[in-house]
Design a binder for this molecule. Structure first.
Ligand code: UD1
Ligand code: CA
Length: 466
């Protein structure tokens, strides 16, 4: 958007969160709140985005610095209020002296770009305004600044709840903390703000009265969805924002062709992408940079984080997949665990209580039950029996196991790494393999069985005698 700079307020103490983590780093649907605000600023195509940080500023910077070109951080210390924060941004942030300045709070994660576009339209209409802002009619206005209007209905000012008279507390048109100001009005205006109020802070909302007193019309976009504009100040509000955000994400996914059996019990981060005809069962968590291919079914209680799941697959109940990649048409679970660094290739089947870590499981491999595959390369079509274990750790270092294509690893075997089992080789059940097995060979290491006849009966007698 031409001629637009953005100031993001993120320096507040966030006292009401009662947290060591700065408020704007608390996550909503997997993303820090500030991430939503910066995402919005990015999509607006602003020439300059200045983030005002203070409380925990180093942590906040560390998470976002260098993410995009026009992004700059300024420190407000001490945090003397939202008006003071904007003054800081204007003096240190390289905001152009002309053009429009959009001011956003980093604690309003549900704000949509359409609302900003509407605000810009209202603000720029005709000769343009000195100041515009977004208000909303809140069923419960408590905690928000109330919008004061004069007899003609024009905005006369905004008063914070703590400074409200009893009558003013009854006003339910509230300030959402989103403003658009002409830079040439804003620069001098933030300098005349006073801190004679209940909190002894410089309040940005006082700009409304500054403009009105000068006879400059203040334009309000009265928005009809208080939910979208909710500010997150404590953890009750954080949970509410989380629920609303998840509803929004679920809605977006369903409209794009994902079936969700019960969206209310499904937890999908904002960063997740899912293809057409994906089916998501209740209790599923999809987190981080996860991608689900077309037609894949995600069973009840499955947790997937930062993973790519190929199309046409079935991830069955209560499986956990982290930082892994799977090919097309795989079947995983129920109760399987795929740990970071794993690649499971097309048509492989990983069954119940199988753990895979930092391994490549080849195409069509079957590992149906109770196995540990760690630091291993499993060739295509190999079969891993129940209870097979790669012993990848010798107490000091991790070692790799290589299993050739088409090999058969019998049940209850241990492959002591580093070790290789050649193509098409067979490892007999119960074998502990410590040396490489050539292709096509059979290896067994079993003590011969000893059968003692009548043992039980004799023992029984012995017992009686004793
Ligand atoms: C603010 C508005 C209120 C509005 C509400 C909407 C003020 C005084 N009040 O109240 O009218 O209804 O938002 O959500 O502005 N911040 C700084 N520096 C500071 C203080 C705050 O950067 O010195 C940042 C905070 O990190 C936060 C934003 O400004 O992101 C808003 O501050 P907050 O304390 O949450 O204001 P509210 O009490 O919610
Ligand atoms: Ca707030």
């Amino acid at each position: 958007m031409k001629g637009l700079s953005v100031i993001v307020l993120a320096a507040g103490m966030g006292t009401r969160m009662r947290s060591k983590t700065p408020k704007v780093l608390h996550r909503v649907a997997g993303r820090p709140m500030l991430g939503y605000t910066l995402g919005l600023a990015g999509r607006l195509g602003a020439s300059r985005v200045v983030v005002v940080v203070g409380h925990g500023g180093e942590k906040v910077r560390a998470g976002f610095e260098g993410r995009s070109d026009g992004l700059r951080f300024v420190t407000q210390s001490p945090q003397n209020g939202t008006g003071d924060a904007v003054r800081c941004a204007l003096s240190k942030g390289g905001v152009p002296r002309s053009g429009d300045v959009l001011i956003l709070s980093a604690d309003v994660p549900l704000l949509r770009i359409e609302t900003i576009r509407a605000l810009v339209r209202i603000h720029r209409r005709g000769k343009g305004a000195a100041l515009s802002f977004v208000s909303t009619l809140a069923p419960d206005p408590s905690g928000y600044g109330r919008v004061l209007r004069d007899a003609t209905g024009a905005v006369a000012g905004i008063v914070e709840e703590r400074d409200c008279t009893e009558f003013q507390k009854g006003i339910n048109e509230v300030n959402s903390g989103i403003y658009l100001a002409d830079a040439s009005f804003l620069r001098p205006a933030v300098k005349v703000l006073k801190n004679t109020n209940a909190q002894g802070e410089y309040y940005l909302p006082d700009l409304a009265a500054v403009a009105a007193d000068k006879g400059l019309g203040v334009r309000a976009l009265t928005h009809m969805s208080p939910d979208e504009l909710m500010g997150v100040n404590n953890r009750v509000e954080l949970a509410r924002a989380e629920r609303l955000m998840r509803e929004r994400i679920a809605g977006r996914l369903m409209l794009s062709g994902v079936t969700m059996i019960d969206p209310a019990s499904t937890y999908i981060d904002d960063t997740v992408k899912a293809g057409k005809d994906v089916v998501v069962h209740p209790g599923v968590h999809l987190a981080g940079e996860t991608r689900i291919g077309d037609g894949t079914e995600i069973g009840p209680g499955v947790c997937i984080a930062d993973s790519v799941i190929g199309p046409g697959s079935h991830i069955r109940s209560y499986s956990v997949i982290e930082s892994a990649k799977t090919g097309r048409s795989v079947v995983i679970g129920p109760f399987a665990r795929i740990r970071p660094g794993s690649v499971v290739r097309a048509r492989a089947r990983i069954g119940n209580f199988v753990e895979v870590k930092n391994s490549v499981v080849g195409e069509g491999v079957k590992a149906g039950h109770l196995a540990y595959i760690g630091d291993t390369t499993v060739g295509r079509g190999a079969n891993i029996g129940a209870g097979a274990i790669t012993c990848n750790y010798d107490g000091a270092a991790k070692h790799r196991t290589v299993i050739g294509a088409g090999a058969f690893i019998g049940s209850d075997t241990q492959l002591v790494a580093p070790v290789r089992v050649g193509r098409g080789a067979y490892v007999g059940s119960g074998t502990t393999v410590t040396r490489d097995v050539p292709a096509g060979a059979l290896v067994t290491a079993r003590a011969p069985e000893k059968v003692i006849k009548d043992w039980a009966r004799k023992r029984g007698r012995a017992g009686k005698r004793g």
